[in-house]
Ligand binder design. Structure first.
Ligand code: NAD
Ligand code: WQD
Length: 343
């Protein structure tokens, strides 16, 4: 019988791409999402790609009783926990909302796992835990820096909650995945990133400017200590990223590791600057992007990219998509949104 995976936040950006990969790998998926930052139509896109509509329950992970009923209704072999609030700026304005949503959601899941014989949980963490790194590429043993925002702090605290719970003897396993900068869309353009309102992240801002929904992209600073003066990031294709989750869940469910908690960086291992990424976009879209250099954005990290050797060697996972294909997928998705009249 196919293994059943609970995917929280499964109609969201990374969650939806992961559901596709899970279904294509033969897993049964149950999505829970409160649709606070995603749209139910995402299920249609997943169905068009995979030929299968995942089970969906509109639930809030912070609602313990609702989650308890869900666990009584299905037996889950494993969980991939994406559901969280993720806007860094908003988290500074509304810290309690972030602490409640991101911490209580995880605590509820952890509390329900042992009693329901759920063996493992994959947790979405972030390179934000490294702050401004002392060196690049950054590996998993690098020190965790004081969080620059309540959002970042929720990732650090959640990692600690998992470690503490497992070390208390809880009969579960966990794989913590630290994503670098996920970008792009499914190559079919059936699913992709759909930020509500004005995008805070670079790539949706680029594609929305390219298509004319936004007038101009502001490039936040060209006076950093980098070759072209703009910040450097490790942009990771979202489908590559999604595939790592399938490997991680299998690793836990099949006890491929003795370790109860494992942490992996998910990145390409290559740093690309903001200006370099803009030029890739211009090349693959055939569009000249209207952008302007402005002042630095408060709290930005100058440069960070991953040392992904552990994921490469231990998980047997590697980012394979080129940055050109990735930006082309983001652009196709933007064109599809226009076709559908979404924006
Ligand atoms: P997203 O907002 O697209 O997806 C998150 C989903 O969770 C949304 O569909 C939202 O409606 C849902 N959700 C939020 N709170 C919920 C709750 N209490 N109950 C049920 N559903 C809830 O975000 P994403 O980019 O897909 O990110 C997924 C995860 O990866 C998050 O935990 C995020 O912090 C983490 N992450 C994202 C990035 C990134 O740049 N996108 C980088 C590192 C880590
Ligand atoms: C990338 C670069 C900006 C927008 C954020 C979170 C982090 C993680 C990933 C979840 C930066 C520049 C951006 C714009 C710009 N998320 N930029 N003009 O800041 O690396 O990370 O998402 O865990 O926690 O902080 O991503 O896409 O916002 O910015 O010049 O309009 O693009 O200054 O250098 P960031 P980003």
């Amino acid at each position: 019988m196919a293994k059943k995976i609970l995917v929280t936040g499964g109609t969201g950006y990374i969650g939806s791409h992961t559901v596709v990969e899970l279904q294509q790998a033969g897993y049964d998926v149950v999505i829970v999402d409160n649709l606070s930052n995603s749209n139910i139509d995402v299920l249609d896109g997943i169905e068009r790609i995979t030929g299968k509509r995942p089970v969906f329950d509109k639930l809030d992970c912070t609602d313990f009783e609702a989650m308890k009923s869900l666990f009584a209704k299905y037996h889950f072999d494993g969980i991939i926990h994406f559901a969280a609030s993720k806007a860094v700026g908003e988290s500074v304005q509304q810290p309690l909302l972030y602490y409640r949503n991101n911490l209580v959601s995880l605590i509820n899941l952890l509390e329900l796992m042992p009693a329901n014989q759920v063996k493992g949980i994959v947790f979405s963490s972030s390179c934000t835990v490294y702050g401004e790194p002392d060196y690049n590429p950054i590996d998993e043993n690098a020190p965790i820096k004081p969080a620059a925002s309540p959002y970042g702090n929720t990732k650090q605290i959640n990692e600690e909650i998992i470690q503490d719970f497992v070390h208390s003897g809880a009969p579960i396993k966990s794989i913590i995945l630290r994503y670098f900068n996920p970008i792009g869309a499914h190559p079919s353009a059936e699913i992709g990133e759909l930020p509500l309102g004005v995008p805070q992240n670079l790539v949706p801002y680029i594609t929305q400017t390219g298509i004319g929904v936004r007038y101009q992209l502001s490039v936040f600073g060209d006076d950093y200590h980098t070759p072209d003066g703009s910040c450097i990031r490790d942009f990771i294709n979202v489908v590559d990223l999604a595939k790592a989750h399938v490997i991680a869940i299998e690793r836990m469910l099949e006890d491929k590791s003795e370790e109860k908690v494992e942490i992996f960086n998910l990145g390409t291992g290559k740093g690309l600057s903001v200006l370099e990424l803009i030029h890739v976009f211009e090349k693959v879209s055939g569009t000249a992007l209207n952008y302007k250099i402005v002042g630095r954005r408060e709290g930005d990290i100058e440069k960070i990219w991953a040392q992904p050797d552990k994921a490469n060697n231990v998980l047997g996972w590697k980012a394979v998509e080129t940055i050109e294909d990735t930006m082309a997928s983001a652009w196709r998705w933007q064109l599809r949104l226009r076709e559908k009249g979404v924006m």
